[in-house]
Design a protein around this ligand. Structure first.
Ligand SMILES: [Fe+2]
Ligand SMILES: [Fe+2]
Length: 445
């Protein structure tokens, strides 16, 4: 079999992956090896680079569903780069594994030539599209005449019998299931993050919560709405979330903390009105926080089901986590007060929560608040550019009674004093220089 599936990865995902790969190509010696069955290519093996692995793992479900059979394991998962100085083409060959999924990461404008030549013709894919074929089909990588062409390639095993001892990649498929219950950390790159930070400071007036419905998504001149839509599309695409277009949308609000004593106790995000009126707890599909300043170093603590994460503010940092997770930033988590030479005197965050299959109820006024803001853009809006960010893992052996029962009404379940005291006692590292910590495994259960 041989087919092309369009739009498997979003433009933002592809660009993020290229950027990350470029960084690695520029900083290390590339594999460039060959073994008994695989042609030598200018490539990066995903498992060898934690950042790449972290980036690709959550994308796997939306990629391998196009294999047409259930993928059991991988023979190899790697990023190939064709460029003028190194590898320009690849001779006729067959791949490892049973099925090859080859995703075009580069936009067609970024190179001349290229494509995959089968015995019955040439296939050239647009950015984000996947070429899926039987690995036993002969094919060649056509020479590029200029530019750079990046591909994400997966050699998949469809049966366990074909597992090779050598070359088998342990990208555990089970890690990709239930991905919503954990967290992922990203960097929103400039100019997106600096534009957003500027606009937020200009447009933010209060802590009002707005709802931006999916059916009104379009190309706005407003930076904030555009960012909100980009965040929605980015996560829906990478996590392969189901979206009910009639009810889906983004709930978003800014949170500004100007004093070290201000804080947000541990809580669950939920449909507030529904809880009030119907006493029912419905959580968003996914919650996100984008940090827009780093002057007050008050971190967010998110309790995962197996691990927890402590994320320090850093302009452009973006964290996503399951919408049902307990989180907060009580002021006693403050490790360090203000950053020297900080560009503003407050902690500013933009929360964007994704509601994919449930619409939060109308507010007390019987309406949604739609964002007005400054609709006249004075500068060009850059497309969202995002990459995965690393974190540091810390083992904390803490008192297991810290994390109590889930509150029926979304009440506070963990005593911030006890939690933070535990963290302070057990973490022995330089808090100041790190952006985020994953804390232990099951520490707070
Ligand atoms: Fe190949
Ligand atoms: Fe929250």
């Amino acid at each position: 079999m041989k087919k092309v599936v369009n739009g498997v990865l979003s433009q933002a995902c592809c660009n993020g992956l290229i950027e990350l790969s470029e960084e690695i190509f520029n900083s290390s010696s590339i594999r460039g090896n060959g073994n008994d069955y695989k042609q030598a290519t200018d490539d990066l093996e995903v498992t060898e680079y934690p950042k790449l692995r972290q980036y690709i793992l959550p994308l796997l479900p939306s990629i391998i569903k196009h294999a047409e059979s259930e993928v059991q394991s991988f023979d190899d998962v790697f990023i190939v780069r064709y460029d003028m100085k190194n590898q320009r083409k690849l001779v006729r060959h067959v791949d490892g594994g049973d099925r090859t999924i080859q995703i075009a990461l580069s936009s067609r404008e970024n190179f001349v030539g290229g494509g995959t030549l089968f015995d019955d013709g040439l296939i050239q894919c647009n950015q984000g599209s996947a070429l899926v074929f039987d690995s036993s089909l002969y094919h060649a990588g056509v020479e590029i005449k200029s530019g750079q062409r990046y591909l994400l390639v997966l050699f998949c095993h469809l049966t366990n019998q074909h597992l090779r001892e050598k070359g088998t990649v342990t990208l555990h498929l089970e890690n990709t299931r239930g991905v919503l219950s954990r967290f992922d950390l990203f960097d929103v790159h400039s100019p997106s993050s600096s534009q957003l930070s500027l606009m937020a400071r200009k447009e933010m007036r209060d802590n009002t919560t707005y709802f931006h419905p999916f059916h009104l998504f379009s190309k706005h001149d407003n930076h904030i709405l555009r960012f909100v839509e980009d965040v929605f599309n980015f996560h829906v695409s990478r996590l392969n979330l189901k979206v009910d277009a009639k009810v889906a949308g983004c709930e978003f609000w800014f949170h500004k903390t100007s004093s070290e004593r201000e804080s947000m106790d541990f809580h669950f995000d939920k449909d507030e009105q529904r809880l009030k009126i119907l006493d029912e707890m419905v959580h968003p599909t996914l919650a996100t926080i984008t940090y827009l300043s780093d002057s007050i170093q008050l971190p967010t603590l998110i309790f995962g089901e197996e691990e927890s994460i402590l994320c320090f503010p850093h302009t452009g940092r973006h964290i996503s986590f399951g919408g049902n997770l307990l989180h907060g930033c009580p002021h006693n988590l403050m490790i360090r007060k203000r950053k020297k030479g900080a560009d503003c005197s407050f902690r500013l965050t933009l929360m964007v929560n994704l509601w994919c299959t449930h619409q939060p109820m109308l507010d007390e006024m019987g309406e949604f608040r739609y964002y007005q803001g400054d609709m006249t853009a004075t500068t060009k809006i850059e497309p969202l550019s995002v990459s995965f960010a690393p974190w540091t893992e810390v083992e904390i052996h803490t008192n297991p009674t810290v994390y109590g029962e889930k509150g029926v009404k979304g009440g506070v379940v963990a005593d911030p004093e006890v939690v933070t005291e535990n963290i302070r006692q057990h973490v022995r590292c330089d808090w100041k220089s790190r952006a985020a910590y994953v804390i232990g495994s099951g520490s707070f259960k």
